[in-house]
Design a protein. Structure first.
Length: 117
């Protein structure tokens, strides 16, 4: 775990079945923003690039400073990121929750960063 984080994710790992269980929402948030980009270097580029783009999207969206330019850029890029992910993962991986990424940039532009709500 990176310095400064209090959670112990090692307690949530089942080595026999190679699965994560019992993660809190903050643990998932840290995995998406910090740990995922650090381990994708072991993957082929066509798999790692969309995962890194998705991680950067969530990191920017959850930051305390949110620019209109970044939101406009994500309006154009999120469907492309989802398309790249659809080429990698099987169809049963996707459900309605993945589609909600398309709307997050709009919600952030209307509601502003979470810290100020």
């Amino acid at each position: 775990m990176p310095d400064g984080y209090g959670s112990n994710i090692s307690r949530c790992v089942d080595m026999k079945s190679a699965r994560l269980f019992g993660l809190k929402s903050h643990d998932c948030h840290i995995i998406m923003e910090v740990l995922l980009p650090s381990i994708v270097c072991m993957l082929p580029e066509y798999i790692s690039n969309p995962l890194i783009e998705l991680s950067i999207f969530f990191k920017d969206l959850c930051s305390s400073k949110l620019s209109e330019d970044a939101l406009q850029r994500y309006e154009d890029n999120v469907p492309i990121i989802l398309y790249k992910l659809e080429k990698i993962f099987p169809p049963n991986f996707f459900d309605s929750m993945e589609h909600l990424l398309v709307h997050l940039h709009y919600e952030a532009s209307v509601g502003r960063p979470v810290q100020y709500r």
